[in-house]
Design a protein around this ligand. Structure first.
Ligand code: FE2
Length: 296
């Protein structure tokens, strides 16, 4: 068996508004569109992913919160109805997915070797969170590629951001070794929004783009600073300012997905491609790609 490798990583934000705006059959509510710039950005990524024919897409989601340990989905087939707890009127999605359980086992073993607390999620009736589902739908709405979901172990944040991020670096290293030893050609997805201060009043027409604006300029400038570092491949600098970014903008990357993904990819210094940036209820969302096939 050839050694596996990571083909690419995506910053893949998960506002349910993107699925709602697209009107896929799997989602019950209907819209008149909206948030096109971000949806088109995802469409570019879909084409690339299809062309690579990866074995698996791994996603780390902040909305699958686990207090004790890092959990891996380990049920071969999952299906059900996912209802967003905050936006049930726009996201009621029928999902069905195949899980790469052999990779889940390998990730579990390697995570143990890093000294992290980990667990396999084996409940066949487990309801998959909307963060996992939205990111995966936006990257591959056909659901014809197996997936592996990873939880956000929020207990490290009871202590400090630094301890939490250190854990995510270990989780990333473990994930990369698991991919290598199982021979998988893998795509990674960090299901994260950037700046996360947002509005708390919804317009009458949810997708009224006249109401969709940057929450404040300070938050926007932070997002641009972070994206510029990604575009220039200045990953060391990016890592060093992440804690301040999290603090100043309530950035969702605090839940660890971005750090996990960058660590798994060996903190790449290739320029990342920003496919699109825009706001959803005022939060900053960017679809960003690190194409590692270009450095091999
Ligand atoms: Fe979120």
């Amino acid at each position: 068996m050839a050694e596996g490798k990571i083909l690419a990583g995506f910053l893949a934000p998960h506002p349910p508004h993107l699925v709602y705006g697209e009107n896929p059959e799997r989602n019950e509510p209907r819209s008149t569109g909206g948030w096109e710039v971000l949806r088109w950005a995802y469409e570019d990524c879909r084409e690339k992913i299809k062309a690579w024919k990866p074995d698996v897409i791994l996603v780390h989601s902040p909305h699958w919160m686990t207090i004790v340990g890092h959990h891996f989905l380990r049920v071969p087939h999952l299906r059900g109805l996912s209802v967003d707890p905050i936006f049930p009127h726009i996201f009621r999605y029928r999902y069905e997915m195949n899980v790469d359980v052999a990779l889940a086992d390998a990730c579990y073993e390697e995570t143990q070797r890093e000294g992290l607390v980990a667990k396999k999620m084996t409940n066949p009736n487990f309801r998959v969170d909307y963060g996992t589902i939205v990111s995966l739908h936006m990257l591959n709405p056909d659901w014809d590629i197996p997936i592996l979901g990873i939880s956000a172990n929020n207990s490290p944040y009871f202590y400090s951001t630094e301890i939490g991020q250190e854990q995510m670096i270990k989780l990333g290293r473990a994930t990369a070794r698991a991919i290598a030893k199982t021979g998988r050609r893998a795509v990674l997805a960090a299901s994260n929004t950037l700046s996360h201060l947002h509005y708390d009043r919804e317009p009458e027409l949810v997708e009224d783009m006249n109401k969709e604006v940057i929450f404040n300029n300070n938050q926007y400038q932070w997002d641009m600073r972070v994206l510029e570092l990604m575009r220039k491949g200045k990953t060391d600098k990016l890592m060093s300012i992440l804690p301040e970014f999290m603090e100043k903008t309530a950035a969702e990357v605090k839940s660890g997905g971005l750090t996990w993904m960058l660590a798994a990819m060996g903190f790449p210094t290739i320029p990342a491609q920003v496919h699109g940036y825009w706001t959803v209820i005022g939060t900053g969302n960017a679809v960003v790609e690190w194409d590692l096939t270009r450095r091999q």
